[in-house]
Design a protein around this ligand. Structure first.
Ligand code: ADP
Length: 502
C-alpha cells in the first residue's frame, strides 16, 4: 500500500515540524500489528521496507507509546530514542495517533472514530525538543494522513462494487404462448410488476419491445437475439433472449453499457475528486496552522508551496467536473462545445504532468517535445486528452516500464502521442476503443477502476477539434494512442479581440 504520495507526505512533515525523520504506520485491525507504510530519515538517509513491524501486544517502548497515544487521542513525546527493526530513531520521538472520523449518517449520531495508524516523528532539528506548536501541527497533519490511508483502502471497496455491477439483473423464462413461467425479483423491478410469474408478456410489455425481440427467434436458425429495453422508469437495459430446445425463451436484462458505465462514472468521479479535495483541504489546514503568531520567512515559503499545489489541484477538479458533464452530454446525444483559445501546448503538458506526478512516479517517463508550441483549441479539453492517455498508459502497464509522451509540430497539424510498454490490445478490439461506451478488452478487466468512457470522451474531443484519433497496439507489448489535431481552428471558432470587446 506504500505510495509515492505517502512518501512525499512524510517528507513534508519533516519539513514542517523540522524533524529528522517521519514514519507512517497503519494498524492491522485483524492482527494488532503495526504496518510500516512510509519511512523517511533525512539525516541518516536510512531506508526501511514497508511491511509488518511490531505486534502491539509485545510490550516495547514503541507499542507502549502507540497504545497510550491512541487511548488518549493525543500525541505522546518520548525523550529517549526508539528502536525500529534494529534502527535507532534519535530522541525526542513524537508518536501521533492517526484517527479517521467517519461522518455521522444520522443527524444525532456521533461521528465514529477509528484509529487507523500512527505517525512517528523523531529528532527535532537544532537539538531542540518538540513543543506545543509542533504537537498541534502534527495533529493537523495526522488528519491528512488519515485521509490518505483511508483513501487507499477505499480503492479496494470500489473493485468489489465494479464486480457486482456486471451481474445480469433480471431473468425470465417464457413459454411459446408468451406466459411467464419463472421470473426473478430483479426482472419484476425492471418491468415494475410485483408478480411476473403467471402473467403473459403482452400484459407486462405494453410497448411490445420484448415481444419484438422474441419474434426474431427461429428454432434451428436463430436461437439468440439481443436488443435494448427501455423500462417504465426510463432506464435502458441490454436485453438478450435465447431459445431453448423446448421452445421456451430465456430473457436476461443487464444494464446497458452506457447506463452501467455512467453509474460507475459517478462513483469514479467522486473518488477522483476526493484526491484533489483532500490535498486542498489538508493544505489549507496546514497553512492555517503554520500562520500562528510568529510567521517566519520559511513559514511563508512553505505556505506558498502549499498554495501552489492547492491551486493546481483545484484546476484539476474543475476539469474533472467538466469532463463528467460533457460525458453526460454525449450520453444525451448532444455535441461537445469547445471554448477555443490560443495556448502553449507544452505548458499544458507540464501542467498535467505535475497533476499526475503520483500516478506516473512508478514509471520511466520520457518526453519528446519542442520547447514551445502554440496552437488553437479548447485548452482544458486538450489537457483531458493527455490526462486520459497518460492515466491509461500508467494503468495498463507495469511499474518500471517506459511511458513516452511526445508532441510533434507538423506544420498545420499537431500530433499528441502517448506510448506505453503495457498489456496491449488484441487487433480485433482496437476499432472498438473510443467508439463503444463501456467497452473494455478482456485483459484490461483484471485492472481495477476501468469503466470504458475515457477514450469515448477523448475521441469526441479530438473530432470536435476537427482532428482524428489513432491507436496502434501489439498484445503483450504495448500501445500508442495519438490525437492528431489541426493547429489552427476555423476563424469562426476563435474569438477575436474585437468580438470580445463588444
Ligand atoms: P477505462 O480505462 O476506464 O476502462 P477507457 O475508455 O479509458 O476506459 O479505455 C477503454 C479500454 O481501452 C480500456 O478498458 C482498455 O481495455 C483499453 N485501453 C485503453 N488504454 C489502453 C492502454 N494504454 N493499453 C491497453 N489497453 C488500453
Amino acid at each position: 500500500m506504500a505510495s509515492a504520495t505517502l512518501d512525499r507526505f512524510c517528507q513534508k512533515v519533516c519539513q514542517i515540524i523540522q524533524s529528522e525523520g517521519t514514519a507512517c504506520f497503519t494498524l492491522g485491525a485483524a492482527d494488532n500489528r503495526l504496518y510500516l507504510q512510509s519511512f523517511v530519515d533525512l539525516s541518516t538517509k536510512t531506508t526501511l521496507e514497508p511491511g509488518p513491524q511490531e505486534d502491539i501486544d509485545n510490550n516495547t517502548e514503541l507499542t507502549q507509546a502507540v497504545v497510550e497515544a491512541i487511548e488518549a487521542e493525543r500525541s505522546i513525546i518520548l525523550d529517549e530514542p526508539l528502536h525500529l527493526s534494529g534502527i535507532e530513531l534519535g530522541g525526542p520521538v513524537m508518536v501521533v495517533p492517526v484517527i479517521w472520523e467517519r461522518e455521522a449518517v444520522e443527524p444525532e449520531e456521533e461521528p465514529a472514530k477509528h484509529p487507523v495508524g500512527i505517525l512517528t516523528l523523531w529528532g527535532k532539528r537544532g537539538g531542540l525538543t518538540f513543543d506545543d506548536e509542533d504537537q498541534q501541527l502534527a495533529g493537523v497533519l495526522a488528519q491528512q494522513a488519515a485521509a490518505l490511508l483511508v483513501e487507499e483502502h477505499l480503492e479496494e471497496f470500489e473493485d468489489i462494487q465494479t464486480a457486482f455491477a456486471a451481474v445480469p439483473v433480471g431473468l425470465m423464462l417464457i413459454d411459446s404462448d408468451g406466459n411467464i413461467a419463472v421470473a426473478n425479483a430483479a426482472a419484476g423491478e425492471v418491468l415494475q410488476v410485483n408478480t411476473l410469474q403467471g402473467s403473459n408478456l403482452r400484459q407486462v410489455d405494453s410497448q411490445g419491445q420484448l415481444q419484438k425481440l422474441i419474434s426474431q427467434l427461429q428454432p434451428g436458425t436463430q436461437t439468440q437475439a439481443t436488443g435494448a429495453f427501455v423500462s417504465p422508469l426510463g432506464e435502458t437495459y441490454a436485453t438478450s433472449v435465447q431459445l431453448t430446445h423446448e421452445g421456451q425463451s430465456i430473457l436476461a436484462f443487464t444494464r446497458s453499457p452506457f447506463s452501467t458505465a455512467a453509474e460507475e462514472l459517478v462513483g469514479q468521479v467522486a473518488h477522483e475528486l476526493r484526491t484533489p479535495l483532500t490535498v486542498i483541504q489538508g493544505n489549507l489546514q496546514t497553512i492555517q496552522a503554520i500562520m500562528g503568531e510568529e510567521v517566519t520567512k520559511e513559514d511563508l515559503q512553505i505556505a506558498d508551496e502549499f498554495i501552489e499545489t492547492a491551486l493546481i489541484q483545484s484546476s484539476r477538479m474543475f476539469r474533472l467536473i467538466s469532463e463528467t458533464l460533457n460525458i453526460s452530454r454525449i450520453h444525451a446525444g448532444k455535441e461537445i462545445e469547445l471554448d477555443i483559445t490560443e495556448f502553449d501546448l507544452i505548458e499544458a503538458l507540464d501542467q498535467i504532468l505535475t497533476e499526475l506526478a503520483d500516478r506516473l512516479a512508478g514509471h520511466q517517463l520520457v518526453r519528446q517535445t519542442p520547447a514551445t508550441l502554440t496552437m488553437q483549441g479548447d485548452r482544458d479539453k486538450v489537457i483531458s486528452i493527455l490526462d486520459n492517455y497518460l492515466k491509461n498508459a500508467a494503468k495498463y502497464s507495469n511499474p518500471g516500464t517506459t511511458i513516452t509522451v511526445s508532441i510533434q509540430d507538423q506544420g498545420d497539424e499537431v500530433v499528441i502521442a502517448v506510448r506505453d510498454e503495457g498489456i496491449g490490445i488484441p487487433p480485433e478490439d482496437i476499432h472498438r476503443i473510443g467508439k463503444e461506451p463501456g467497452f473494455r478488452t478482456s485483459a484490461s478487466k483484471e485492472q481495477a477502476g476501468g469503466i470504458g468512457l475515457g477514450m469515448v470522451y477523448v475521441r469526441r474531443v479530438t473530432e470536435a477539434h476537427g482532428g482524428r484519433m489513432e491507436i496502434e497496439s501489439k498484445l503483450g507489448e504495448g500501445s500508442v494512442f495519438r490525437s492528431i489535431l489541426p493547429k489552427y481552428q476555423p476563424s469562426s471558432r476563435v474569438p477575436t479581440e474585437e468580438l470580445e470587446s463588444i
